[in-house]
Design a protein around this ligand. Structure first.
Ligand SMILES: Cc1ncc(COP(=O)(O)O)c(C=O)c1O
Length: 398
């Protein structure tokens, strides 16, 4: 939905307040705090003249309902005044795909960070390629050096900071300045920080993508994607989403809206517990390095400090060289950490990973086996006990 369509809300100055009040209009719903969930396809028109004139705020369920408007409005309020509209998509991957498709045409070229979420890379290499759009992957640490890769037909640059397995921080404002100087659109997968901790549209991003499946939903029970656009890119994004007929089920939108209300306190706890666990892991003799940009000795820390106001609960560790069997023993011994990929829920997760086969522009050689952790909302001391059990199993399996 666009600025002009928004319901009057009083979202407040601070983000914590906007999270609670954005997209709400109790007067329009008999005083109830939360909006109803509209299960809707057909919209009835009072007269044939209204029908023929497309008169009415809502035209068809696929094209928006009060439920989608409430969620889009609340999200737009978090992105700040540069946000011209928010598109809702059925997953984070659909959000990335739609954002890319809205910015590119046959014959165009796109620059994508080598650290990108792998299914987004697959989309570029398959669907975009079939559409006659070429992709070049670049070193996430390239900074303003991106200018040298921008060709006359480069119409978009995609950043993802930090990488969601490898945690390289990108100099987003420098890359955006170089891209804009050559007329390219800037896209960012901002799922890790979200608008609470990184104001993407204020830092030079035109299309900010989030997997709402992660912290917005927050309870591992919803698939959702969002793209927030500035005025230059909103129209094209909105048209693309409408033309493809992409929409989100009403219950999933409602769960996203409900998740937003507690996002501030949940993220603060994920951040605090994540940092405590990251520091604890960094001090373990089995650990070579912890990849977490909020740690002072992380190579991306200066950029994180400059541009971000917080961190979520997702980070990785590089173990000192040890057998694969020992890594598996570690993971299998964990009781509180589930083995699973989709982070951002209330529960802790751990997965092994290797970026080497996923890279084409850079070499991934971290010096040992890698594990990504998502730190959930359990008590940190219980999580530490769990990890101690894991390390005991790892050491026994060496
Ligand atoms: C950084 C990042 N972006 C996008 C996605 C895709 O989100 P979804 O699972 O909602 O499609 C993920 C999922 O893990 C992710 O980690």
């Amino acid at each position: 939905m666009s600025d002009k369509d928004r319901q009057p809300t009083h979202p407040g100055k601070h983000k914590a307040t906007r999270l609670v009040s954005g997209g709400r209009d109790p007067c329009a719903q008999h005083g109830f705090v939360n909006p109803p969930v509209y299960h809707a396809s057909t919209v009835l028109y009072p007269t044939v003249a209204d029908y023929l004139g497309h008169r009415g705020r809502y035209l068809y369920g696929r094209r928006g309902t009060p439920t989608s408007a409430a969620l889009a409005d609340a999200l737009a309020g978090l992105e700040g005044p540069k946000c011209a509209g928010v598109a809702l998509l059925p997953s984070g991957l659909a959000a990335a795909s739609a954002a890319l498709l809205s910015a590119l045409r046959a014959g165009d070229h796109v620059l994508v960070t080598d650290s990108v979420y792998f299914p987004t890379r697959t989309f570029c290499d398959s669907v975009l390629s079939r559409c006659g759009i070429t992709t070049t992957y670049y070193d996430p640490l390239i900074g303003s050096g991106i200018a040298e890769l921008i060709a006359p037909n480069t119409k978009a640059v995609l950043v993802e900071s930090p990488g969601s397995l490898s945690f390289e921080m990108q100099d987003v404002p420098a890359i955006a300045a170089a891209a804009h100087a050559k007329g390219a659109v800037m896209l960012m997968d901002n799922t890790w920080a979200g608008p609470l901790y990184f104001q993407a549209l204020d830092k030079g991003i035109d299309l900010s993508i989030q997997s709402g499946t992660k912290y917005i939903g927050g309870h591992a029970d919803v698939m959702l994607g969002t793209v927030s656009a500035n005025a230059a890119c909103w129209r094209s994004l909105h048209q693309l989403v409408e033309t493809l007929g992409l929409c989100v089920g009403p219950d999933d939108m409602y769960l996203g809206l409900r998740g937003l209300r507690t996002l501030g306190v949940r993220l603060a706890q994920h951040q605090a517990s994540g940092l405590k666990l990251a520091r604890w892991l960094a001090a373990r003799p089995e650990v070579l390095r912890v990849l977490h940009p909020a740690l002072e000795d992380d190579p991306g820390h200066a950029l994180w400090r400059r541009d971000y106001t917080g961190a979520c609960g997702l980070f990785s560790t590089v173990l000192k060289p040890v057998s694969q069997a020992a890594v598996h023993a570690f993971l299998d011994a964990l009781a509180l950490f589930g083995i699973g990929v989709s982070w951002g829920g209330f529960e802790s997760l751990a997965i092994p990973f290797d970026c080497a086969p996923l890279r084409t522009a850079t070499t991934w050689a971290p010096g040992g086996p890698c594990i990504r952790f998502h730190i959930g909302l359990e008590d940190v001391d219980d999580l530490i006990c769990d990890l101690e059990r894991g390390f005991a199993a790892l050491n026994a399996a060496r």
